[in-house]
Design a protein around this ligand. Structure first.
Ligand code: SF4
Length: 186
């Protein structure tokens, strides 16, 4: 008989598909989806947010996702964009491992990574969003979302301080997290 210690099993382990949901991790603009889809997304995000906020691993999870590993998915009350904002404010960078020509491999039909989209964009600069979507087996709105995110990152980077060699403390990461809108939603 297998005994599972639920006191140390985080909520995301029970429903990984929620935390890997591309719409949760990289939300579309309000105008890109219907009112009903927006409502469903809002409820889903609020639920994941509540679970992360109450998770005993929240602080460690946030620190690792910001400072040590550039993971995909909704993690510790943050989206990928939230975590990149925290890193920029802390002046740090985390390299994402790439394993294929398009960046990190997709696992089990999971969300296409930002790196994969940007690598495909570089390789095929004349492709339309629709053609890129076909190459990566994802939706056109996903491509548009990642391209929009790249434009936003470029704009933010122009305003951010250069990366420093020291790792931030847990308190420093939490201080920046506390300044984000997402920290006030739970
Ligand atoms: S804080 Fe991290 S470990 Fe806890 S539920 Fe959220 S993603 Fe999972």
């Amino acid at each position: 008989m297998t005994i599972v210690d639920e006191t140390t099993t985080p909520p995301c382990a029970f429903e990984p598909e929620v935390y890997m949901d591309e719409l949760l991790d990289s939300p579309p603009a309000r105008t890109d989806i219907t009112a009903a889809e927006w409502e469903r997304l809002t409820v889903k995000r609020a639920t994941a947010h509540r679970q992360c906020a109450g998770c005993p691993l929240m602080v460690e999870c946030l620190y690792r996702a910001v400072v040590q590993i550039d993971v995909s998915g909704y993690v510790a009350c943050t989206t990928e964009h939230d975590r990149s904002v925290i890193r920029r404010r802390l002046g740090i960078e985390v390299q994402q491992q790439t394993t294929t020509a398009y960046g990190a491999a997709r696992v089990g039909g999971g969300p296409v990574s930002h790196d994969a989209v940007m690598t495909a964009r570089q390789a095929y600069p004349k492709d339309t969003c629709h053609q890129l979507a076909e190459r990566l087996d994802c939706s056109t709105s996903t491509i548009k979302r990642h391209l929009r995110r790249a434009r936003e990152q470029k704009r933010d980077e122009a305003l951010s301080p250069p990366a420093g060699p020291c790792l931030p403390t847990v308190d420093a990461v939490l201080d920046v997290f506390d300044e984000l809108e997402t920290s006030k939603v739970a």
